[in-house]
Design a binder for this molecule. Structure first.
Ligand SMILES: [Fe+2]
Ligand SMILES: [Fe+2]
Length: 171
């Protein structure tokens, strides 16, 4: 057994081989490195990226709240499982962002009025939310000059594209 660490969310993973996707933030395997090779990135955040990370944080918190609600409203076990996992992945993205902003994690509400009571509507809204996140993060990536911020947005765009594929053609 070995110790791996995700370069994006900085969570650890114990296993014989790196997972295909980080179990916490969904980062692809190339970001899962042996923990002893991990180095904390040192850099200064620009005002533009600070603003963009704040906007990304709001997006992730809103998506996490939506997914916790959608999990509670799902009409089948597969979608309930998917939505709950998506809620936790988006929550991990919010944690990743607050680490870069060096601030406290805001609470994520478990309000039942953050989504529709119809599963099909929530599948559609998931698709719209992931598309919206990809559009915003692509702009934020283009505006970033810091290597660390480019790495985060590059990885999170890949993850949100994975999420988008889960609901494509399902509504
Ligand atoms: Fe991760
Ligand atoms: Fe997502």
């Amino acid at each position: 057994m070995k110790v791996f660490k995700c370069k994006i969310c900085q969570e650890g993973y114990l296993g014989d081989a790196p997972p295909t996707h980080c179990p916490f933030c969904g980062a692809h395997q190339q970001y899962m490195i042996e923990a002893e090779e991990f180095e904390l990135p040192i850099y200064t955040l620009t005002d533009v990226s600070r603003q963009n990370l704040e906007e990304a944080l709001d997006l992730e918190l809103g998506n996490a709240e939506f997914y916790f609600c959608a999990a509670a409203m799902a009409d089948n076990v597969a979608d309930a499982t998917m939505f709950k996992r998506l809620a936790k992945v988006e929550s991990e993205h919010a944690s990743t962002i607050v680490k870069e902003l060096k601030k406290q994690s805001p609470d994520i509400s478990r309000d039942r009025d953050m989504c529709s009571n119809m599963n099909r509507d929530n599948l559609m809204e998931s698709n719209q939310r992931e598309t919206n996140a990809i559009v915003h993060y692509t702009r934020f990536l283009g505006e970033a000059t810091e290597e660390r911020i480019k790495e985060i947005f590059t990885s999170i765009i890949e993850i949100e594209k994975d999420h988008l594929s889960l609901t494509d053609g399902r509504f």
